[in-house]
Design a protein around this ligand. Sequence first.
Ligand code: GUN
Ligand code: FE
Length: 426
Amino acid sequence: MEKFVLKGDICYSTDTRTLQTAEAAYLVCVDGKSAGVFETLPEQYQDLPLIDCSGQLIMPGLVDLHVHAPQFAFRSLGMDLELIDWLNTHTFPEESKYADMAYAFSAYLAFVGDIQRGPNTRSVIFATRHVPATVLLMDLLEESGLSCMVGKVNMDRHAPEPLVETSAAQSLADTRTWLSEVAGRYSRVSPILTPRFIPSCTDELMAGLGEIHREFGLPVQSHLSENKSEIDWVGALRPEAESYGHAYYRNGLFGGDVPTVMAHCVWPTAEEFALIKQQQIRVAHCPQSNINLSSGIAPIRRYLDAGVPVGLGSDVAGGANTSIFRAMSDAIGVSKLYWRLIDQDAAPLTLEEAFYLGTLGGGRFFGEVGSFAPGFEFDALVIDDRSIPGRRDLEIADRLARVVYLSDERHIVRKFVQGAAVALGT
Ligand code: GUN
Ligand code: FE
């Protein structure tokens, strides 16, 4: 169905602070895009099929800017560890298993089923360094109807055998094989260059990825300034770089003409903050992961005030939950602690701002995604919040707050990506 109308109680962001709401209103889809939200249905749309969602909430699908698909299987384990120990104890041994396609198939099927049932419609995903399993994950995501960017991970140092890649040359050759296998294969899934983080990538590998970027024009994702020991380690590995961010920048993999999402950005130095701003790096704020791995609290108010683009990430398995509703409530919570404990001038995030981050803030990385303004891609969620016990006499903004804090996948009744219904699964 390419053209249709949804009727219900609609909310969406148009900028960081503004939540638009409309009760018993009409959201029109034409050719996979929003034609706008209307209080009364314009004449020209009156013959379109109407899906009546009266009494239910209609909002843009949520965007997860940072998630590790192969870590889904060990969510919640090792949450008493910090980053480097957690990587060595849980993450690297688990990711080694994706050399086995039977294991990869069952584990990735579980991951894809989970996000299909949940509220996210778009995800920017780390796979593992294995090419066949990464292609399999992309195939499963394409079938699911979700829209995703997926990266074959590059990592040629400081990881155990057999996960570590044997050389920069091998890692780069595998990346090219992967890119040729997926070229033209999908309508909703696309590749993204994915150096794991500076400690995992030799200078030779980073330089080669810079070349691949220039050849293919792909976007880039990685991790930045998550944990203090990690940052000290990068300082020792790349002494010529003014900051952790400058190490990516020196290899041409840090914003500017290269659409780049960097997870965490918890501990920017002044120089790094200025570079993030100058290069318009999209910060993937992953509050649950930052709590679980005791990494710290990212200065999101400072980024927003400086005009740095920010979205939200689950960072599964640093975060235990894939839902970006959970990331919204955690983002508000940690911003309150930051304000109370660290900087009394950094006002906590409001519900409207957190909702913006999880929809339009992340959606912008995909283009015109994450809002219902005319021309935006038609990614929508319909939520029946009437089965959340409690007061019924609430305005849409307060109903949204209850959905953010209290809903789960049972409340999701419909989900659309680019105007196509996504099967919610069983
Ligand atoms: N830094 C490098 N790899 C990882 C990872 O898998 N998760 C997190 N949270 N940080 C990382
Ligand atoms: Fe991560």
